[in-house]
Design a binder for this molecule. Structure first.
Ligand code: SDX
Length: 393
């Protein structure tokens, strides 16, 4: 090896960049977007206002927000030929596989995104198109899973209401958009909007660092988020809770399994690379669970199982010593379920929420003219060997 390499597998102690977007303190359980606490933003802001804040660095004025919303509503339609790609997927194929493919395919239909050294206006147009069109793609993936017709966006709606209209709307009648669901979706997507250099965001940045276009970079982020150790955990949590429910709700048995090193089972939705205290998002989502389920008149037994698991784990030395607390994924699926989403759509909803963060980080990486990401290694393979003809092997 020439030169000096520090080995940090999993980048547990490596700073990959300097960023002004999101601040998180894992010991204190603090999360801020551009200096604003997520507690305040979750209560007082909207998802699109937070998207603007993350991407452009400031809370928008009323005119800026109106203009942003106007631009988004004018770019929510996708090219009709995208339907041919939708038609190619098996109906029950996983939505995350569809989403990463369809988002990358947007680069084929909107080649303006491939231009190198885009002007600020061209970059903003690519950003608006990505935000707008992904919401349509997500809702159409859901419609396809039901065998229902796609619902087109309506310019009269704001971003979240339009998404709900396309997702739960019917071709045969105008479906009332429930303000309780709009408020819940805003809060949930705000809480997912960014999280500094997590696995999927780092993926978006490193793909973008080769000057790959925004759709290809976001598509790579979607693929990284899919994993059950990352965004896929919100689906894995519900599947775990349902398994415990079917098994008679014996939380002690499953906590013991999670602690057993010979058992690959992990308590999904628990633990975090950075938070060694409560994930502040989990606190807000847990409170929102009770509020939203009550407003919607839903009594979901898996919520009680989740609360019991949390209570038992937080007193158990195995979890306490390792500072394992509920993370953002532990309760979020319970709300998505209450809003009517199927389990395999949960991680797609995480991706929709994280999209402004991915875009903001990708934009910052370009503005800072960061070099192409290319880590080194410690080589531990074979030393010099001469080729051996196959007859002699
Ligand atoms: C997200 O990075 C981000 O910011 C991600 C995210 C975001 O917003 O982008 O916050 C979103 O991905 C949240 C995390 C969702 N994943 C899960 O809930 C899956 C379950 N959790 C884990 O697998 C784990 O906690 C990770 C992946 C989240 C973190 O893993 P680390 O930091 O690499 O820690 P580790 O795997 O080395 O675990 C440390 C110890 C180990 O035990 P020992 O070897 O010390 O004996 O804790 C144990 C682990 O076995 N452990 C668990 C556990 N999580 C860690 N044991 C049981 N159940 C768990 N959930």
């Amino acid at each position: 090896q020439t030169g000096y390499v520090t080995l940090d597998i999993g980048y547990k102690n490596t700073g990959a960049t300097k960023s002004a977007i999101t601040f998180l303190d894992g010991e204190q359980g603090i999360l801020k977007y551009r200096g604003y606490s997520i507690e305040e933003l979750a209560e007082k802001s909207s998802f699109i206002e937070v998207a603007y804040l993350l991407i452009y660095g400031e809370l928008p004025t009323a005119d800026q927000l109106k203009g942003f919303q106007y631009e988004l509503s004018r770019h929510t339609l996708v090219h009709e030929d995208m339907k041919k790609i939708f038609d190619g997927f098996p109906q029950r194929s996983h939505p995350m596989g569809q989403l990463s493919s369809l988002v990358c395919a947007l680069s084929a239909f909107y080649p303006d995104s491939l231009k190198q050294n885009q002007t600020a206006e061209e970059l903003n147009l690519s950003i608006v198109k990505t935000l707008a069109k992904m919401s349509t793609v997500v809702s159409w993936i859901y419609k396809k899973s039901l065998g229902h017709p796609y619902i087109y966006p309506k310019n009269k709606y704001d971003y979240i209401s339009n998404f709900l209209h396309m997702t739960f709307g019917q071709r045969t009648e105008e479906v009332e958009i429930d303000p309780v669901i709009v408020s819940a979706m805003n809060k949930l997507l705000i809480l997912h909007a960014d999280h500094e250099q997590n696995c999927s965001t780092s993926t978006v940045r490193i793909v973008g660092s080769s000057e790959s276009n925004i759709y290809a970079s976001v598509s790579a982020g979607i693929s990284a988020l899919w994993g059950p150790l990352h965004g896929g955990a919100n689906q894995a949590v519900i599947e775990m809770l349902e398994k415990i429910q079917e098994d008679g709700g014996d939380t002690d048995k499953w906590i013991a399994k999670a602690k057993d090193k010979n058992d690959p089972f992990r308590l999904m939705g628990f633990g975090h690379r950075v938070y060694k205290n409560f994930d502040p998002r989990a606190k807000i989502i847990k409170k929102a669970c009770d509020e939203i389920l009550e407003k919607l008149g839903i009594n979901d037994e898996v919520l009680e199982i989740a609360k019991k698991l949390e209570e038992v784990a937080l007193k158990d030395p195995y979890f306490v010593e390792r500072k394992l607390y509920p993370n953002v994924d532990f309760y979020s699926g319970i709300i998505y379920r209450a809003l009517g989403f199927p389990t395999d759509m949960f991680t797609v909803l995480f991706a929709l929420g994280r999209l402004p963060g991915w875009i903001a980080q990708w934009k910052e990486m370009k503005e800072n003219k960061e070099p192409i990401g290319r880590p080194r290694q410690i080589y531990v393979g074979s030393t010099n060997r001469d080729f051996v003809e196959i007859e002699k092997r």
